[in-house]
Design a protein around this ligand. Structure first.
Ligand SMILES: [Fe+2]
Length: 313
């Protein structure tokens, strides 16, 4: 490698989120896919992982759905150091075909969804600053590996995720057939916003009914499962609204990422989630996601471009 940036790191900064020269250099080169430069993790990075993991176990026991707990057991996450993605994949791939694939940061939305379709999960390799364990606007390896990946060991969940990824291909294909440029962008923006909201309220912040008629709700969304504070809040706080997950409601529901979610949606199980992803594609094909409610999330230029390029192939 000709780029010397990793060697220009100040000592000890390791692979800390927003402070990793290795990541900055990859982004500057336009590299989305990278390798996990394991030797760059500092002692602090490893200690941060250990602290994040240790404090979650009791919360997971109480609030995580049982598929997640089974997944955790299967993955054997190391208690005292950042995991290597290869070791995660060695356990996970034989179970569902999913692999964690290291990325440099933000992945344009089509590329992200298309990775899911191929059973690849774009995975952040940096870890949050140990001085601020709780609040982090960006994903980090703890969110991606401890929050998302245990769910990917479950076949029904993995299939639902793939089904969801396939919706992006349908949206790109439909957009490619719209001749009027303005109309094409308008509808595509609405479709991407709808898919992002679906993802947010299911894969990131989803709740599921427990087993049995009066069983408490459980979390399966990774944003909840990787957050010490919000996991308990999502299940127990009286001021959180918890509504049944319907396509119509979810695709029209804006969300904000910088505070605890005041509204969450509940699915019955992973077969239900799969059926919802199926239904989402029907809605795309029927043009029923072409005018979803305005508001968050914003759809960026690069998100749009990623769909347009996919549709042009
Ligand atoms: Fe996530």
């Amino acid at each position: 490698m000709s780029n010397a940036a990793p060697h220009a790191l100040p000592p000890g900064s390791g692979l800390t989120t927003t402070k990793a020269a290795f990541i900055e250099a990859a982004r500057a080169r336009g590299d989305v896919y990278i390798h996990q430069p394991y030797e760059l993790y500092s002692a602090d990075n490893h200690a941060t992982w250990g602290r994040l993991l240790a404090r979650m176990h009791d919360r997971w026991e109480r609030f995580a759905n049982h598929r997640y707990l089974e997944g955790l057991e299967r993955l054997h996450l190391p208690p005292d150091r950042v995991p290597r993605l290869e070791e995660i994949n060695r356990f996970m791939k034989p179970l569902t075909g999913f692999v964690a694939r290291p990325v440099s940061g933000y992945v344009p939305s089509y590329v992200f969804f298309d990775c899911l379709r191929r059973r690849e999960f774009p995975t952040t390799v940096t870890i949050r600053d140990g001085a601020r364990l709780d609040y982090l606007p960006e994903p980090d390896i703890f969110h991606d590996i401890a929050g998302h990946v245990p769910m990917h060991t479950d076949r029904a969940f993995a299939d639902a995720l793939v089904r969801f990824g396939e919706c992006a291909a349908a949206a790109a294909e439909i957009a490619s057939r719209i001749v009027d440029e303005h109309e094409k962008l308008r509808r595509l923006t609405s479709n991407i916003r709808a898919m992002s909201r679906f993802f947010w309220f299911s894969i990131e912040f989803g709740l599921m009914r427990g087993l049995g008629a009066h069983a408490p709700l459980k979390a399966y969304g990774s944003g909840l499962l990787s957050s010490y504070g919000e996991l308990a809040h999502a299940i127990e706080a009286p001021d959180v609204a918890r509504a049944p997950f319907t396509i119509e409601r979810v695709v029209n529901q804006p969300f904000e990422i910088d505070h605890y979610q005041p509204l969450l949606f509940v699915v019955d199980g992973f077969d239900h989630l799969y059926a919802l992803a199926d239904e989402l594609e029907d809605w795309i094909v029927q043009g029923r996601l072409d005018d979803v409610a305005a508001g968050e999330p914003a759809v960026s230029e690069s998100d749009l471009r990623s769909f347009l390029e996919a549709g042009a192939v």
